[in-house]
Design a protein around this ligand. Structure first.
Ligand SMILES: Nc1ncnc2c1ncn2[C@@H]1O[C@H](COP(=O)(O)OS(=O)(=O)O)[C@@H](OP(=O)(O)O)[C@H]1O
Length: 338
């Protein structure tokens, strides 16, 4: 649009020379942005690499020496996640900008080499994918890289993009009772924005008629089967492992055992690594890699939930039941959310 506006006003349509100049100028500008976005990527790889030590729990220190000389069990720290999410958002915007700008140019310039423009687009896309891959830490064959972005599960485009990157990716999703999940979500939002409407107001379009507002994210996210169906267009069910959010609290070692099996790792993390912290009311790590002190999750994990009317909870249970049943059937496991 910007080009159309400029070209129609500044350059007379018949002036081929000026048009060629604008074309070269546009391409140069795009190229500069491309270089900038690539530099931006490599700039953020560095902090990621520096964080690698924090991310990777060396199994060596967890007991089994034989395996551990070779293996790292990697998790992505919250800080690393923020860096990679932000960088991806910025580079994605740059990519879209470049793509749209050139595509717009292409549609307006019949006399320029279309093939040339396509070549440039292909190159930008190649660089873009390389840029994303570069955000992940380098790993040896004996290492596993993990990426943690909860919102991917409910992001429409995520399965296609991830499968484009690697079809063999293993996916782990923590699911909990969708009603509790919605209340937890609301509690978290309320702690940041105390002025939001009540849970009941947000959850229902019409409460007396039991009409739930599925456009509210806190509700929509818990309709797991719908999101799963989207993922199953690109991944096999055997590539996805569902962790029970409830059992992660009552039996963290058991859940972690199943995660390790799914990833094809020896069971290194066992109940020896956890203890129940009465003050926190949750299991905590006895001795994490980074310190000799026990470590619990932060204050924002495991907060007291907002009190919700029992009748509202019942209505939401009813609403979720058919979605849950389909979900249990699909994954072949009953999470017992009733
Ligand atoms: N060990 C331990 N300690 C504290 N909290 C625990 C633990 N295990 C699971 N949980 C549950 O994790 C819930 C928070 O996870 P989130 O989904 O918000 O995490 S994330 O931000 O998406 O990473 C959090 O939900 P809320 O209770 O609603 O805060 C916890 O119930």
């Amino acid at each position: 649009m910007a080009y159309r506006f400029l070209s129609s006003r500044i350059v007379p349509p018949s002036n081929r020379l000026s048009r060629r100049f604008i074309f070269i100028f546009t391409i140069s500008l795009s190229f500069m942005y491309l270089c900038y976005s690539i530099l931006l990527c490599s700039g953020t790889i560095m902090p990621n690499q520096r964080l690698e030590e924090h991310r990777c729990v060396r199994l060596k220190n967890m007991g089994s020496k034989k395996l551990l000389q070779k293996s790292h069990y990697c998790t992505i720290s919250a800080k690393a996640r923020v860096i990679s999410d932000e960088t991806r958002a910025v580079s994605y915007k740059l990519f879209v900008w470049q793509y749209c700008y050139i595509a717009d140019y292409e549609s307006n310039m019949s006399d320029i080499g279309t093939l040339h423009v396509i070549e440039i687009l292909v190159e930008i896309r190649r660089m873009y994918i390389k840029c994303h891959r570069g955000l992940m830490p380098r790993t040896l064959d004996s290492q596993i890289t993990m990426e943690k972005t909860p919102s991917y599960f409910v992001t429409r485009e995520a399965p296609r993009r991830i499968s484009n990157m690697s079809r063999e990716t293993k996916l782990i999703v923590v699911v909990r009772n969708p009603v509790t999940r919605a209340i937890s979500d609301y509690t978290q939002t309320l702690s940041k924005k105390p002025d939001i409407p009540s849970f009941e107001e947000l959850a229902f379009k019409n409460r007396s008629q039991g009409m739930v507002d599925t456009s509210w994210n806190a509700i929509r996210i818990g309709m797991y089967i719908l999101h799963l169906e989207n993922w199953l267009q690109y991944f096999r069910l055997s590539q996805i492992h569902f962790v029970s959010g409830e059992r992660l609290i009552t039996d963290p070692a058991g859940e972690m055992g199943r995660v390790q099996d799914f990833l094809g790792l020896k069971r290194i993390i066992t109940d020896k690594h956890f203890y129940f912290n009465r003050t926190k009311g949750f299991p905590c790590l006895k001795k994490p890699e980074s310190s000799s002190q026990p470590r619990c999750l932060g204050k924002s994990k495991g907060r007291t939930h907002v009190q919700i009317d029992q009748e509202v909870i019942e209505q939401l249970r009813e609403f979720y039941r058919p979605f849950n049943v389909k979900f249990f059937e699909m994954v072949g496991h009953d999470f017992r959310w009733d």
